[in-house]
Ligand binder design. Structure first.
Ligand code: NAD
Length: 485
C-alpha cells in the first residue's frame, strides 16, 4: 500500500479540507494500491494563494543562483530515493522495470541538471543597439522575467518525466507552481512534493501539489484569476477545453497534446530490421506514449516482407508482470482505458486486416492487459489510422513513393513526431524536412534530450517544452527604453 495521502500546500503536508480521499488499483493486479488526498475547490484556492503570495513577495524570482541550488538539491534527493520513486511509479502506472530505467526514472532525474544550470547561465537581460525613437535617442534593454504563478496539469503515462519537466522548468525560470497530476497517478506527484519539502530549501508556497479525483480541479486552475500560465499535457480534446477556459483570463497557455505519428520506411532501408523495431516501439508502455510512431508506412514494392517483419515482432513482443525485467510491456493504466482500446480494435476489424492480437491477454486473469495487436492493409483515412488509440495497436500502411509517404504521414490533425528510415541519410533528411511535425528521428537517432525542444505542430499542441524555447515559455518579455549615457 502506498502511504502518500496528503496535499503539499504552502510548505506543509495537509489533508484535503473535506477529509476526503480516493483510491486507485494497481493496473497489473487490480488490487487496491493506496489512497490519495482528494482536493476540492478550497484546497486548490489555498494552493494558488500560497504560490501567489510567494511569487509576489519577490525574493524567489530575483535569485537564480538560489533556484539552481534548490533544483540541484531536488536532483540529489531524487537520486537518493530513486528506488522508492521507481516503486511508486511502477505500481501506479504499470510501466515495466526496464522502461522505468530506460525512460521514466533515471534519465529524467539526470535531466534536472540542465535546467538548474540554465537558471544560472541564462542571460535574462540583453541590450539592443541604441536607436532614435519618435521621442529622440534611446538605449534599450530586453528583460525576461518569470511569468508568475504556473498551473501545471499532467497525464498519467509518464508521471515523473512530465511532472518534472514542467515543475523544474517553471521553477528554474523563477515562477511558483501548483501541480495538478492525473487522478490515475497521484502518488508519483505526491512523493515528488514530499521529497521537495523534506530534502530541499524550496521556500513554502513555491511548489504545491494538489491531487484530486475530480478533473474539475484542473478546470478551476485553468480559469483561476491568480494563475498566470497553464502548462498542460494531455489529450487534444482536453487541451481544447483548457485553451477555451484559459481565454477568460488571457492566460499564457502551453499545450502538449496527442499524436498519431508515422514511421516512414523508405525502400532502400534495412526493411526487416527497421519494421520489426518500429512495431516493437509501438508496444512499449502498452502504446501509451504520445510521440509513438503508431502508423508504419512501408513501400508497396516490399509490402509482404514488411508485414512479415511486423508480425514476427508483434507476436514475439514480451509482455506481462511489470517487475519481470524481461518484459517490455505491462498493462494499460485502467479498465476504462482497456475498454477504449478494445473498442478501437473492434473498429479496426471492420476497416483493415487483423493479423494478430486483438483481445485481452489470454495469459492474465488479472490486470488490464491487452495483447500486442497488428492491423495491416490500413487505409490512410481509416479511423485506426487517424485517431489516437493509446494502446499496443500497430498499423501498417503501404505507400507508392516518397511523395506519397509524406502525403500519408501529413494526412493527420496531429503533428507531434515522426521517424524516417533509409539507407541514405540525405534522402531521409529530405523527407524529414517535409513532415509537419515537431520532432523527427532519422534511422532511430533519437531527439529526446533536455536541450531538444519538444512539442507539436497542428492539433498536437502549442509551444515547446525542453531546451531554450521550453525555458523561455516560462518567461515574459519586457522592453525598457532609457536615455543613452
Ligand atoms: P487527459 O486529457 O484526460 O487528462 C490530462 C490531465 O488533464 C489530467 O490531469 C486531468 O485531470 C486533467 N483534466 C481533465 N479535464 C480537464 C479540464 N477540463 N481542464 C483542465 N484539466 C483537465 O489525458 P490523459 O488521458 O491523462 O493522458 C493521455 C493523453 O495525454 C493522450 O492523448 C496523450 O497523447 C497525451 N499526452 C501528450 C504528451 C505530449 O507531450 N504531447 C505526453 C503525454 C501524454
Amino acid at each position: 500500500m502506498i502511504d502518500q495521502s496528503e496535499l503539499i500546500i504552502n510548505g506543509e503536508l495537509v489533508a484535503a479540507r473535506s477529509g476526503r480521499t480516493f483510491d486507485n488499483a494497481n493496473p497489473a493486479t487490480e488490487e487496491l494500491l493506496g489512497v490519495a488526498a482528494d482536493a476540492g475547490p478550497v484546497d486548490l484556492d489555498a494552493a494558488v494563494a500560497a504560490a501567489r503570495h510567494r511569487f509576489d513577495e519577490g525574493a524567489w524570482s530575483a535569485d537564480p543562483a538560489f533556484r539552481a541550488h534548490c533544483l540541484r538539491q531536488l536532483q540529489t534527493a531524487l537520486q537518493a530515493r530513486i528506488e522508492q520513486v521507481r516503486e511508486v511509479l511502477i505500481a501506479e502506472t504499470g510501466c515495466t522495470l526496464s522502461l522505468s530505467r530506460l525512460m521514466q526514472v533515471e534519465p529524467v532525474i539526470a535531466d534536472i541538471a540542465y535546467v538548474a544550470d540554465l537558471a544560472e547561465s541564462y542571460e535574462y537581460e540583453q541590450a539592443l543597439p541604441d536607436t532614435t525613437t519618435l521621442m529622440g535617442p534611446a538605449s534599450r534593454i530586453v528583460r525576461r522575467e518569470p511569468v508568475g504563478v504556473v498551473g501545471a496539469i499532467t497525464p498519467w503515462n509518464f508521471p515523473l518525466m512530465l511532472n518534472l519537466v514542467k515543475v523544474t522548468g517553471a521553477l528554474a525560470a523563477g515562477n511558483t507552481v501548483v501541480l495538478k497530476p492525473a487522478p490515475d497517478t497521484p502518488w508519483t506527484a505526491a512523493l515528488l512534493g514530499r521529497i521537495a519539502l523534506e530534502d530541499t530549501d524550496l521556500p513554502p508556497g513555491v511548489f504545491n501539489v494538489v491531487t484530486s479525483a475530480d478533473h474539475g480541479i484542473g478546470a478551476q486552475l485553468t480559469a483561476h484569476r491568480d494563475v498566470d500560465l497553464i502548462t498542460f499535457t494531455g489529450s487534444t480534446s482536453t487541451g481544447r477545453a483548457v485553451m477555451a477556459s484559459a481565454a477568460g483570463t488571457v492566460k499564457r497557455t502551453f499545450l502538449e497534446l496527442g499524436g498519431k505519428s508515422a514511421s516512414i520506411v523508405l525502400d532502400d532501408a534495412d526493411l526487416g530490421a527497421v519494421v520489426g523495431l518500429a512495431a516493437s516501439h509501438i508496444c512499449f508502455h502498452a502504446g501509451q506514449g504520445c510521440a509513438l510512431a503508431t502508423r508504419i508506412l512501408v513501400p508497396r514494392s516490399r509490402y509482404t516482407e514488411a508485414v512479415d517483419a511486423a508480425e514476427a515482432a508483434v507476436r514475439a513482443f514480451p509482455y506481462g508482470d511489470p517487475m519481470d525485467p524481461a518484459n517490455m510491456m505491462g498493462p494499460l493504466i485502467s479498465d476504462r482505458q482497456r475498454a477504449r482500446v478494445l473498442d478501437y480494435i473492434n473498429v479496426g476489424r471492420s476497416e483493415a486486416k487483423l493479423v494478430c492480437g486483438g483481445d485481452r491477454s489470454p495469459r492474465h486473469d488479472r490486470g488490464f492487459y491487452v495483447e500486442p495487436t497488428l492491423f495491416v492493409d490500413v487505409d490512410p483515412d481509416a479511423r485506426i489510422a487517424q485517431e489516437e488509440i493509446f494502446g499496443p495497436v500497430v498499423t501498417v500502411l503501404p505507400f507508392d513513393d516518397d511523395d506519397d509517404a509524406v502525403a500519408i504521414a501529413n494526412n493527420s490533425i496531429y503533428g507531434l513526431s515522426g521517424v524516417v528510415s533509409s539507407g541514405s541519410v540525405e534522402r531521409a533528411m529530405a523527407v524529414a524536412r517535409r513532415l509537419r511535425t515537431g520532432t523527427v528521428a532519422i534511422n532511430n537517432a533519437h531527439w529526446l534530450a533536455p536541450d531538444s525542444p519538444f512539442g507539436g505542430y497542428k492539433q498536437s499542441g502549442l509551444g515547446r517544452e525542453n531546451g531554450i524555447p521550453g525555458f523561455e515559455s516560462f518567461l515574459e518579455i519586457k522592453t525598457i527604453g532609457y536615455p543613452p549615457a
